[in-house]
Design a binder for this molecule. Structure first.
Ligand SMILES: Cc1cc2nc3c(=O)[nH]c(=O)nc-3n(C[C@H](O)[C@H](O)[C@H](O)COP(=O)(O)OP(=O)(O)OC[C@H]3O[C@@H](n4cnc5c(N)ncnc54)[C@H](O)[C@@H]3O)c2cc1C
Length: 443
């Protein structure tokens, strides 16, 4: 019997396991996929260009992930910064969004500042803010429909990968609070999009797994059931059973809800897993012989009020001459793309890029996509978000353990929830809970 089991070898599960191993505990990590890293996945082009198909950026204030990058001596490189950004505003090209957008975002940042990120449901305005969708609030608050649409796409889309009509103002304000406000969350340099990891976050996950030592992580071991009684917890894959004193479940809540529990989870904890759907994003890399947009003084960073693409970034790497323009689509727009055939989707995306950076965008050498919503071990991204009206009843069930079952995963973080850094925070918190329940003394 091990001291603790961890379900999921994403950043949260790996961070939990590292904390436990460092405390001298015997741990086993059970991972469904044949790789570690979860929502982080890196691929390389033939010339070594690094494409991060899932998570990619880290930034200042994300102290945990930055510390791990340093610990494993992985190095970073900054997001490219050439030329000005582009805003496609109601079909017209501009250098920046009209000034009133900033005033509307300031209002939301003000709401966020009034929340306790560990208990957003306790704010005096929580019920009111959770009743209103961000889309409804923007329609009533923004000076015009284009501003409302643009901000809905930028905030609900760019941050939660969903549509403004699917999230409440409270959920949005909590997310802003957790990431330190819209400035920290939306900025490239100085914000959450500042740096990339050499080798990608996947390399960091592999370094964390290696540091656990041999035989700790069991790949291709999807957990199907968890039983517990007063003495122990038993975790089942299709083929094996594992016994331990405690288990950390480090998977998104909606996937945690697909595991069978005996005894059954309390009604509200199970209800939480039914009310925290994953976002819906398409992140697509268009690869060109060079970053041609720079010659026109454009940075490749764009945000759009309309069309299938919500935003783009220059994702070219310093060690390759190739240009990579990465397009993001969210919520309704992502689902519309998902319904197309691959050739029709490629054509729609390249058309949209043509509007942003000009006709050369049509001549991509390659268009590389990965659909996280179709991946059974993620089922959407960037993260899960509570549905409108759910925070007060179900939010308090996010973190508290149920007997010997402890909950991790970025969705349970209070700081940088939805991010790699939040995943690590959550894993370390769950590990501390487990250590608190294990008998002290020699392991
Ligand atoms: C396209 C995209 C872009 C993103 N961009 C960024 C970014 O730039 N910066 C950033 O910080 N974050 C970003 N994120 C979010 C970031 O990837 C996540 O916050 C983080 O990886 C979550 O880690 P986690 O360990 O909580 O969950 P996961 O990474 O989802 O790990 C859960 C693990 O559990 C496994 N699992 C699931 N069910 C079972 C089961 N039944 N049994 C066993 N194992 C199971 C999964 O295979 C997975 O490995 C992005 C995500 C995506 C998809």
């Amino acid at each position: 019997m091990t001291d603790a089991l961890v379900v999921g070898a994403g950043f949260s599960g790996l961070a939990a396991a590292l904390s436990l191993v460092r405390a001298g505990r015997r741990v086993r990590v059970l991972e469904a996929r044949d790789r570690v890293g979860g929502r982080a996945l890196t691929r390389w082009l033939d010339d070594g260009t690094q494409l991060d198909l899932g998570a990619q950026w880290i930034g200042p204030g994300q102290d945990r992930v930055n510390a791990l990058v340093r610990r494993y001596a992985l190095g970073t490189f900054p997001s490219p910064a050439y030329g000005g950004s582009t805003v496609i505003w109601d079909g017209a090209r501009r250098d920046a969004a009209p000034e009133p957008t900033a005033r509307v975002v300031e209002l939301l940042d003000g709401y966020a500042a009034r929340l306790d990120p560990a208990a957003p449901w306790t704010a005096p305005e929580a019920v009111r803010w959770d009743r209103i969708t961000l889309g409804g609030w923007l329609a009533a608050t923004a000076p015009d429909p284009v501003t409302a649409r643009y901000l809905g796409r930028l905030l609900a889309g760019g941050l939660l990968a969903t549509s403004a009509d699917e999230v409440s103002v409270l959920q949005m304000a909590f997310y802003l609070r957790s990431g330190g406000g819209s400035g920290a969350l939306l900025r490239m340099a100085g914000g959450a999009q500042q740096d990339r990891i050499v080798g990608g976050p996947a390399a960091l996950a592999e370094a964390m797994a290696a540091a656990l030592g041999p035989d700790v992580v069991r790949l291709a071991a999807p957990v199907v059931a968890i039983e517990q009684d007063r003495a122990a917890v038993v975790v089942y894959t299709d083929a094996e059973r594992f016994d331990a004193a405690a288990v950390v479940v480090a998977v998104p809540p909606t996937l945690a809800g697909r595991i069978r529990y005996a005894p059954a989870l309390p009604a509200l904890r199970d209800g939480l897993t039914q009310r925290m759907p994953m976002g819906s994003a398409f992140k697509v890399h268009a690869v060109y012989p060079e970053p041609f947009w720079r010659a026109d003084g454009r940075s490749g960073v764009a945000t759009c009020s309309d069309g299938p693409v919500v935003e783009t970034v220059d994702n070219s790497t310093p060690t390759s001459s190739r240009g990579v323009l990465t397009a993001f689509s969210y919520g309704v727009e992502a689902n519309a793309l998902r319904a197309m055939t691959p050739p029709a989707r490629r054509a729609a995306l390249l058309d949209a890029l043509t509007v942003i950076v000009g006709p050369a965008a049509r001549h991509a050498e390659e268009v590389i996509e990965y659909d996280w919503s179709a991946d059974p071990w993620t089922r959407g991204c960037f993260c899960g978000a509570l549905t409108p009206g759910s925070w007060r009843q179900y939010g308090p069930w996010l973190r508290p353990a149920v007997g010997r079952i402890h909950w991790a995963g970025t969705e349970t973080a209070t700081r940088w929830t939805g991010y790699l850094d939040g995943a690590i925070e959550a894993g370390e918190r769950a590990a501390a809970e487990v250590l608190g329940r294990l008998p002290t003394g020699a392991p």
